[in-house]
Design a protein around this ligand. Structure first.
Ligand SMILES: *Cc1c(COP(=O)(O)O)cnc(C)c1O
Length: 449
């Protein structure tokens, strides 16, 4: 029988609504807390920083389905649906009876899933009369996506890029500049937050936390300017559910349903985006799918962090969020999966993990590149270093299936391609990459600071 490799949806099948899991979770996330008043946050508290509609989406625990504006759907059609692919060659290389599928988000024009949220965020800002958007970016994928989305809707974009990534990944800066964004390495001397950080730690390499502090400060001090975020927050994950909703239809075309769903984990948006539409069938008892978030060993907030209220950024500008965290002053090792170097996890995922609705694994850096290289050599796509973590976790599951002879169905998210990350692959091939383990004492110290 002829084998089907790729499953695509017609344009008319691109989802018309996002799935808001907050409305259907057995235990809803605890409310974010206003740092000054110590009261639960209302959408109005977020209006000075975020577009109003995004603020409402952030705290919406009532509506399970939220309509995708027609203008946004039109832009999604530039690259959606993304393919669902059966990884036959990877299966064969592993000698596993497991069926491995991946959702290929690397085909977006910016090479990652980030554009799925950049488009609606820019759209809502435009609708509300905003002229400038600011943001932070780690490895640069979010900044690139926001720069492009801002251009689509005629907005100016100012991006603070984590300094280590700015230096390690110069082409991402070039991409952002191609779309007309202004890019500043963070921490910088252009904001009070940046100056404070540099005064304390002059050679600070930057983190998502420092860059968020700077971008938020710029939004607060500039007229007609809003801040946007590429991960962690609930409205970002909401937009990303377009991934899982498509995948659900595509798995149906393949005549299968996943036993295990896997994605890499930075702040949780590509994980939630793929997982949540499937997880809703676990809530009703109709399915018992396992969900696995794959984080780096060097930044293990899900596997070794603590569930508590913490700031989303280094300077303490953001609301206090109930989340698994390593402490907002945590400084992860300079691993090459820049998009996974964030100290905390989104509030939805944190609650789901606490409630045992999902699992997490931590992956050493070398194992991630080994997995990514095998994937490239079998499936012909060079994965982003972040996505390599999902591939490594998938391979672990596929090898377990080989031991037990189980024909289980694994679905993972290929969150992005690695074609702009070849410097990292070069280091891996040269033997210059290491694993970065952190001790319990280091984690405890970070949580107390
Ligand atoms: C940003 C990014 C991630 C991590 O962010 P999440 O919000 O956890 O999805 C993973 N993969 C790629 C390719 C990214 O750009």
């Amino acid at each position: 029988m002829e084998k089907t490799k790729r499953y695509m949806l017609a344009e008319s099948e691109i989802p018309r609504r996002w799935y808001n899991i907050q409305a259907e979770m057995p235990n809803k996330p605890l409310p974010p807390i206003h740092p000054a008043t110590k009261q639960p946050l209302s959408p109005e508290d977020l209006f000075p920083i975020f577009a109003e509609e995004l603020s409402r989406q952030e705290l919406n625990q009532e509506d399970a389905w939220i309509e995708i504006p027609e203008e946004v759907r039109e832009k999604y059609k530039f690259y959606r649906s993304t393919p669902l692919v059966r990884a036959y060659a990877l299966e064969e290389a592993l000698g596993t009876p497991a069926h491995i599928y991946f959702k290929n988000e690397s085909v977006s024009p910016m090479g990652s899933h980030k554009l799925n949220s950049a488009i609606p965020q820019a759209y809502y800002c435009k609708q509300e009369g905003v002229k400038n958007v600011t943001t932070e970016t780690g490895a640069g994928q979010w900044g690139a996506s926001l720069a492009y989305a801002a251009k689509m809707f005629g907005l100016e974009a100012a991006v603070y890029q984590v300094k280590i990534s700015y230096e390690q990944k110069p082409y991402r800066k070039s991409i952002m500049q191609t779309f007309g964004a202004q890019v500043t390495p963070s921490p910088s001397m252009s904001t009070r937050a940046g100056k404070d950080i540099l005064t304390r730690t002059p050679n600070h390499q930057g983190s998502l936390g420092t860059a968020i502090s700077e971008a938020v400060e710029l939004a607060q001090t500039t007229p007609d300017c809003k801040y946007t975020l590429g991960s962690v927050l609930s409205h970002v994950t909401l937009h990303q559910t377009v991934i899982g909703l498509e995948a659900e239809k595509q798995m149906e075309m393949a005549g299968e349903y996943p036993d295990v769903v896997i994605a890499c984990f930075g702040g949780g948006s590509n994980f939630g985006g793929l997982a949540f539409p499937f997880m809703r069938h676990n809530f009703t008892g109709e399915r018992q799918t396992r969900f696995i978030a794959a984080e780096p060993e060097s930044c293990p907030k899900l596997t070794r962090g603590k569930f508590m209220y913490d700031f989303g950024d280094e300077a303490g500008y953001t609301p206090l969020l109930p989340m698994f965290t390593l402490g907002h002053n945590f400084r992860p090792a300079n691993i090459h999966a820049g998009g996974l170097r964030y100290h905390g996890a989104g509030v939805i995922v944190s609650q789901l993990l606490k409630d045992g609705m999902m699992e997490a694994v931590d992956i050493p850096q070398l194992e991630s590149f080994e997995a990514g290289t095998l994937f490239a050599r079998t499936e012909g796509i060079i994965p982003a270093p972040e996505s390599c973590h999902a591939i490594a976790a998938t391979i672990r599951e596929a090898l377990k299936a080989k031991e037990t002879g189980e024909e289980k169905v694994i679905l993972f998210n290929l969150s992005g391609h690695g074609l702009i990350d070849m410097a990292s692959y070069d280091k891996y091939f040269a033997g210059d990459l290491q694993n970065h383990t952190i001790s319990d004492a280091e984690i405890a110290a970070s949580l107390q600071s």
